[in-house]
Design a protein around this ligand. Structure first.
Ligand code: NDP
Length: 258
């Protein structure tokens, strides 16, 4: 199936690591022009080198001024027409209600909502100028299946699902808006948690294997970034032309709701 990306323009926020980097790589392989952003200059430089022909700019998606500057650079780069925006930048917060301060709640809600709101608002004129534009929110299964050890992330994720549904209706029929709901994907976040493991004698295979067993993942492993990226590419492509307001689970079967 031809996903129809050849010659199209795509922006991936948080494209310097994990799922964002894998998404940028697949989009380039499909013949798209790709722009990414991230906060860390060294990671941006590494991504530039790994990806080759990519527009890679420093931008914190929670900073309105930086997002406006990024959108301006993207507008000049894509000739004012953007086909795909992947709102991927972010990370999860591991904390229970007892462990989460009011400030941490504010930070988490800010991260989850405004990493969608600010890039979407800034890129909207560019998306509206494209023929068949799409937005993808990279979200988590926690939106539907909350975990008490990630209480703030879970609540915020549910809110993002609601936001996506509203945007899908408000932007129809011009822009399709969909989300992917991730389970556990082996990316920068999990690599950092592995590096910080208590039992340093445990090797990578053992640690990841135990994680998959503890989480009861039917496919018995974490997902690879590219497996999430493939779902993003499909939903964001003209091949998914009749899909909007939908969410696709990429979780190795870990979800238990119907
Ligand atoms: P990584 O840590 O590997 O990648 C996160 C990317 O986002 C990096 O490029 C990082 O770069 C960037 N980023 C983070 N915060 C900002 C910011 N404020 N502004 C701009 N860029 C930012 O993690 P993943 O690939 O796993 O994460 C991708 C998305 O998937 C995240 O939103 C995450 O919450 C979500 N997700 C992941 C799951 C998983 O199991 N991996 C599960 C559920 C959801 P830099 O730090 O340099 O800014």
């Amino acid at each position: 199936m031809d996903l129809g990306y050849f010659g199209r323009y795509a922006v991936v926020t948080g494209g310097t690591s994990g799922i964002g980097l894998a998404t940028a790589r697949l989009l380039l392989a499909e013949g798209a022009h790709v722009a990414i952003c991230g906060r860390d200059e060294a990671r941006l430089a590494a991504a530039r080198q790994a990806l080759g022909n990519v527009l890679a700019l420093r931008c914190d998606v929670l900073d309105k001024v930086q997002v406006a500057r990024f959108a301006q650079a993207v507008a000049a780069w894509c000739g004012g027409r953007l086909d795909l925006l992947v709102n991927n930048a972010g990370q999860g917060r591991v904390s229970t209600f007892a462990d989460t301060s009011d400030d941490e709640w504010q930070q988490e809600l800010q991260l989850k909502f405004f990493s969608q709101v600010l890039p979407t608002r800034a890129m909207l004129p560019l998306l509206l100028a494209a023929e068949t534009p799409a937005i993808i929110a990279v979200n988590s299964l926690l939106a539907l299946q909350p975990e008490s050890h990630m209480v703030a992330t879970s609540a915020a994720r549910a809110g993002v699902q609601s936001l996506m549904k509203s945007l899908a209706r408000e932007f129809a029929p011009r822009i399709r808006v969909n989300s992917i709901l991730l389970g556990l994907v082996d990316s920068g976040q999990w690599q950092r948690r592995f590096a910080a493991r208590e039992d340093k004698a445990q090797d990578r295979a053992g640690w990841y294997g135990a994680l998959a067993r503890n989480k009861g993942i039917p496919l018995q492993r974490l997902g690879e970034p590219e497996e999430a990226a493939r779902a993003i590419l499909f939903l964001g492509s003209p091949a998914a032309s009749y899909i909007t307001g939908a969410s696709l689970e990429v979780s190795g079967g870990v979800s238990r709701h119907i």
